[in-house]
Design a binder for this molecule. Structure first.
Ligand SMILES: Cc1ncc(COP(=O)(O)O)c(C=O)c1O
Length: 361
């Protein structure tokens, strides 16, 4: 089979080695006579695999024992409401850095549950920039400061993170987690849907500082209660087992490919290839975002007209290149370059872009 070149924003490309291993082990997991998908999530082969998964995860991101690590269902979107339900305390505000679609959705959910303060609002500027992390200081009565490390639709990414002192810093890292080392200690909570850099949709990774649990609001129903999930290592109810199993294999793949440092090198190389084409032909390709905060995961760009953009998408499909159409809310073009996308597929895209300009410019 010839694999397509996959630039989808999520669900997205996975390492082919992992797909093969999943397929190989699907019916009979390591000779045990049953599938991982058929095993109980209590004890036995699932929990052995899960514990290994969590261990590798901690090792790769350098997560200390001050944090709980586990997976939940419900997508990253569930966290938009769980976070304020748990941590937005009455009589305080939550600071949101509104930098694009995803932080905006999170802020909208929080505003239904309490008082939200837009510490930074990128709306007027078309969500093309971020504040200087050194200048970010939360409000005096803030329950937490929230940011999205990589806006998947707008294509902007924090290059460095603020120090928020006593005020907990919470980040949605759905679309750039494991693409680089992260200073975990700066954060009280990091979370992310796994369906971009870590595996198939279904699980959401939660990394939570244990001391945060002391700040929780009370009277939460079971699934919305982080304390309950922490106590049960994410196994309070049936976890998304298939997704977690695949994440475990993807983490092994990341480890074998240089860990988060290795992923950062790959991400710099790959995004550099596309940004070089964009910057090399400013009369044809336009990057709408502040160059200082360009995403290494989701490269967004425009062509001189919407007609040419539509033609680009059609022509790319004929070359076996999928997912290059920008998000329907913003238009334009977007190449998602997640960890598992081979460097050769990015080189092929760069070549295709140059050729498209030559014949249409
Ligand atoms: C940065 C970010 N946050 C949150 C989400 C929502 O994730 P889910 O669909 O898993 O709820 C997405 C989805 O693409 C995303 O890119």
């Amino acid at each position: 089979m010839e694999r397509k070149k996959n630039y989808f924003a999520g669900p997205s490309v996975m390492p082919v080695e992992v797909l093969k291993q999943l397929s190989n082990d699907l019916v009979d997991y390591q000779g045990k006579g049953l599938s991982m998908l058929e095993a109980s999530h209590r004890g036995g082969m699932f929990e052995d695999m899960y514990d290994e998964c969590l261990l590798t995860l901690r090792e790769l991101l350098g997560i200390s024992d001050d944090y709980d690590v586990y997976f939940l269902g419900g997508g990253a979107t569930l966290q938009f409401s769980m976070i304020p339900m748990n941590f937005l305390r009455p009589g305080t505000v939550a600071d949101y850095i509104r930098s694009g679609t995803w932080s905006n959705k999170a802020a909208d959910d929080a505003a239904k549950l309490g008082s939200v303060h837009y510490y930074f609002d990128g709306k007027e500027g078309g969500f093309t920039s971020l504040p200087d992390p050194k200048q970010v200081k939360p409000s005096a009565n803030s329950s937490y400061l929230y940011l999205c490390s990589n806006e998947t639709i707008g294509g902007i990414e924090w290059q460095d993170f603020p120090d928020t002192g006593e005020v907990p810093l919470i980040a949605d890292m759905s679309s750039d987690i494991f693409s680089r080392p992260v200073p975990v200690d700066k954060f009280s909570m990091i979370y992310g849907g796994v369906q971009k850099n870590l595996g198939p949709a279904g699980a959401t990774l939660i990394i939570m500082k244990k001391s945060m649990l002391e700040r929780q609001n009370s009277n939460l129903t079971a699934y919305f209660d982080y304390k309950l999930h922490a106590k049960n290592k994410g196994l309070y109810n049936t976890p998304p087992v298939f997704s977690i199993w695949a994440v475990k294999l993807v983490l092994d793949w990341i480890k074998a490919n240089g860990g988060t440092e290795g992923m950062l090198e790959r991400a710099k190389l790959k995004s550099g290839l596309i940004y070089d084409v964009i910057d090399g032909s400013p009369s044809f390709f336009k990057s709408p975002v502040d160059p200082a905060v360009r995403s290494r995961m989701n490269v967004v760009f425009r062509l001189p007209s919407e007609e040419l953009e539509a033609k680009f998408v059609e022509a790319s499909k004929k070359e076996g290149m999928l997912g290059l159409k920008g998000h329907r809310s913003v238009g334009g073009l977007r190449a998602s370059l997640y960890n598992a996308l081979p460097v050769e597929d990015v080189q092929a895209l760069a070549q295709f872009m140059k050729e498209f300009e030559r014949t249409n410019g």
